[in-house]
Each structure stands twice: as C-alpha cells, then as structure tokens.
Design a protein around this ligand. Structure first.
Ligand code: 4AD
Ligand code: MG
Length: 477
C-alpha cells in the first residue's frame, strides 16, 4: 500500500481507513504510544501499539529518532489535542537511533547546541517549521515573478567581476592536488588563479542580470551569493541566498513600487498557506519573549507583524531627510547613538536604521537618494550631482532587507564614475557594452532571502534560518 503523508491523515474523514505511514519517532510512551512525525506537519500522529502483539526486541528499538513504518487503521482518538490516531497492525523498523548517542532528545535544546547538530536539528519542530516556511517563501517568489512577466535567469557563481566593488570576495583557485603551486617556502600558493584568470565567488548576480534584462525585459536571479566579510552578527552569513530582479525601462520609483508589492505578496502567500507553522513559531516566540524584560518585548505577535507589513504602506524618505531626523533624535533617555550622526554623507549604521524603523516611523521604511560616495559605482547619478538613485528597504527587527538602485545607463557618466572610483575599466568592458548598444533606463534590487525568512519566522539569528550556515566559525557540515 502506498504511504501517506501524516498531515493529510489528521482529519476525522479518515476514520476507519487502512493507512501506511513512514516517519521518525518523536516519543514512545508506556510501551504503547508512538508519536510519529514525517516532516509534513509539526503535528505528529499518535500510533497506538498493542505491546503484547509485538516482539520485545522490536519494541526496545522504537526509541526517539528511529525511522519506522506503521500500518494500521485510523480511529477516533480519546486523547486530548488530536482527533485521530492509528491503531497499529504492523510495525517495521527502518533504522534505530541509539538513545545513548542520538542527540535530539525530547527536551528543550539550546540554539547553540542545535547549530552543532545542523544535520539533525531539522528533526525538531522549530527547525522543521522554519524550513517549511522557507520552502514556501521560495515557491511564492518564483510564483510572483512568473505571474508578473519575469524570466528566471541563472547568474554564474564563479565570476571575474566584483559587482559591489566592496572587495569582500572569496577567491577561486585551481589547485591540482598532485601538483600544487608552491611558494619559495614550499607552502601551497593559494593566490593561484582560475586557469590563469583572477576569479571569485559571486557577491551578487546583478551585473549579469542587467545584461539579461537588456534583452528579456524583466528577469530575476535567485541563488547563493558569497561575502568574505568577517562579521559575526545575527544578520550576516558568508553564504546567503539573494533574490535579484532587474527590469529594463523601470526607474527608481518603479523599482520601489515593485519591491514593495513583491514583499507584500510573498508574505501574504505564507499567511495564507503556512498558518499552522506560523502559529507554532508565534507561540515559540511568545514563550521566548516571556524571559525578556517587558520593555524589550515586541508589541505585536509574529502574525500581527506580518499582517502589518502586508496591509500598510512602506514609508519612503530620502536619505537627506533621514539624516535630519537622526540628527535631532535621542535614541533613548540615557544612551546616544554609538556612531553620532553629525554630517550629511555618513553611511547609516544598523542602530540608525533600526531607530528609524522601530522608534521613529514604526513601519518598514524605504530610504532613497543616498550620497554617491558611499554607494556602488553602478548607481545612477542624480541631477544634484552628489546623490545616486539608490534605495534600501529597512525592516523592523531586521534592519536592511533590500538594497537596490536605478542603474547608470549613460556611458559617459558611468565611465567617469568608474575612473573616479579607481576601478579598472577593462574589467567591465562587457558591462560598458550594455551602455554602448541599446542602453535604456533600468533598475533592480537584491533581497536577502535569509533576512526575509528571519522576519517571516521571528528567528533571532540568521544561522537558524538556513540549513547549513556558513559563517567564519561554521563551515563544518
Ligand atoms: O545591499 P547589497 O549588498 O546589494 C547588492 O548586492 C546589489 N547588487 C543587489 C542588486 O541591486 N541586485 O545586498 C542586498 C541584500 C541586503 O539588503 C541584505 O538583505 C542581503 O542582501 N545581504 C546579506 N544577507 C546575509 N548575509 C550577508 N552577509 C549579507 N549581505 C547582504
Ligand atoms: Mg546594501
């Protein structure tokens, strides 16, 4: 008989039916009740075993973490919190899990501990819920773009260009283990190039996406990107996924409109399709918040926060206005900003971004028209000659979630900017070609997928929303 997914069986309609399910044992109580979970839901199904009908040796191996197949009849459950359970007729052990060694026992584990067990942590309710929401968000993203006339474009991972000009790149080398290039001191020379060319892991697919937008109209990439920044924060990873739409004939305003509509749409999708997981994560967050001082607790619940974003307009303000607000603000009675905002032109720190979003406006904020000298070479210079058509979206609890801009489409202005920034024009010959042949107004943005998943799930640390996080300390798995 074909096996069923547990989530489909947890209804009274199934009473009286014969079913087969596969899954992992969460608990086995009183030699009688197996809580079985197959990853389809954070709810487990109770499987009732008549211990006299089964071999003792088999029952001894039904422990937390074991993989089993259960066949039996769905019956009404007398237990609380569940409508149905399975009266077990047949029990098959796929593989046991030695209770002395299996690390994920049915008790509360710390997040730090679970990070060390990244290969097993998804068997907990919290991580399974986060990863199901992550999967739904990815689906919603593709769905949104497909329904809005975008083509999915695959940017290369190995590239010769530094899209952000920030120099935070992982170098790619070709090391032949039999014949590694050696320095004079006989050490492996890791600066060896990729078949003679200097290359790195991509920090962003934007430049290549621009090429494709200038032929297909509207495109997006959705793939892993890499930043060799040695920052240990709850918002940074060395490998993260980025969604990057790029649109020909769209200016900065169109770009902001699209970004706002896109974010609202995908959050609406999970509100409609992931209710059970979101309710579970919301409850988890409430329990966690109870341990914090009242002042640090959030006023809105997780689902309320998501609805707030989908139902309210994002506040749009130019950088210059934000600087005025910050200059005249006291973040709280005692504390000043760690980085005081004294002059126009400074880059905003996360404390400033969070102040604007969480204290001042109390809603998502789109900041635009940043000073040219703190932004990347490709952003379009505004008529004032000192700001560029950049836009960042800032989210409560997260800070920057999106970075985007209108791109400089004028060849002469772009060449001048590249020269001023000391970038080698030869490296960008193909990018400049796009301004030589059929150039047009265009724009796009990058949404950090893990930061979005953090917002959607309420997880405090970015390491807990990606299956195998890559950070300076963590590349073991
Ligand atoms: O602001 P960033 O650096 O923008 C770009 O890379 C542009 N080329 C995107 C574009 O216009 N196509 O990065 C975009 C977003 C950030 O707003 C943030 O959400 C996320 O990517 N991000 C990170 N997420 C996790 N870990 C990191 N180290 C991140 N760096 C950026
Ligand atoms: Mg940015």
């Amino acid at each position: 008989m074909e096996a069923y997914r547990i989530i489909d069986l947890l209804h009274r309609d199934w009473i009286g039916k014969e079913v087969v399910v596969n899954g992992w044992v969460r608990t086995f109580r009183s030699n009688r009740f197996i809580a079985l979970n197959d990853g389809s839901s954070q709810r487990s199904i109770q499987c009732v075993v008549d211990f006299e009908a089964f071999d003792d040796n088999l029952l001894r191996q039904i422990t937390t973490g074991a993989a089993v197949r259960v066949s039996g009849t769905v019956v009404e459950s007398m237990g609380r919190g569940q409508d149905v359970e399975i009266q077990v007729r047949d029990l098959f052990l796929h593989g046991g899990a030695d209770p002395e060694r299996y690390p994920i026992q049915p008790k509360k584990h710390s997040m730090e501990f679970l990070r060390e067990q990244a290969h097993l942590r998804v068997r907990t309710n919290t991580f399974a819920a986060v990863m199901r929401v992550r999967s739904a968000l990815a689906f919603a993203i593709h769905k949104y773009f497909r329904e809005n006339g975008f083509y999915y474009f695959h940017a290369p991972i190995i590239t010769g260009s530094d899209a952000e000009g920030a120099g935070e790149m992982f170098r790619v080398t070709t090391l032949d283990p039999k014949d590694p290039p050696l320095t004079e001191a006989n050490e492996v020379d890791y600066t060896e190039d990729f078949f003679g060319k200097e290359t790195n892991l991509t920090v962003s697919g934007q430049l290549e996406a621009e090429a494709y937008a200038m032929a297909l109209g509207k495109v997006y990439t959705f793939g892993p990107t890499f930043r060799a920044e040695n920052s240990n924060t709850s918002r940074h990873l060395a490998e993260f996924w980025m969604i990057e739409p790029e649109m020909a004939f769209h200016d900065l305003k169109d770009n902001m409109d699209l970004a706002e509509d896109f974010i609202k749409n995908i959050l609406r999708y999970i509100l409609e399709n992931c209710e059970e997981d979101l309710l579970f994560l919301e409850k988890r967050l409430l329990d966690e918040e109870k341990t914090r001082p009242q002042a640090e607790r959030s006023e809105l619940s997780l689902i309320e926060k998501l609805k707030f974003v989908t139902d309210n307009e994002f506040k749009r303000i130019p950088y210059t206005e934000a600087i005025d607000i910050l200059r005249n603000s006291k973040p709280n009675k005692k504390k000043k900003f760690q980085f005081p905002v004294n002059e126009w032109g400074v880059d905003l720190q996360s404390e400033h971004e969070r102040y604007l979003v969480e204290k001042h406006f109390k809603c998502p904020v789109i900041l635009f028209d940043y000073p040219a000298r703190i932004k990347a070479f490709y952003m379009r210079l505004n008529d004032d000659g000192k700001t560029v058509g950049a836009m960042d979206i800032l989210f409560p609890g997260i800070g920057e979630i999106v970075g985007g801009s209108q791109r400089e489409e004028r060849l002469d202005v772009l060449e001048k900017r590249i020269a001023e920034m000391g970038i080698d024009e030869k490296e960008l010959w193909w990018y400049l070609d796009l301004r030589r042949f059929g150039s047009a107004v265009h724009s796009g943005f990058g949404l950090g997928f893990e930061r979005l998943v953090q917002f959607a799930t309420g997880m405090g640390n970015i390491r807990d929303v990606i299956p195998f996080p890559r950070t300076p300390q963590n590349a073991e798995f």
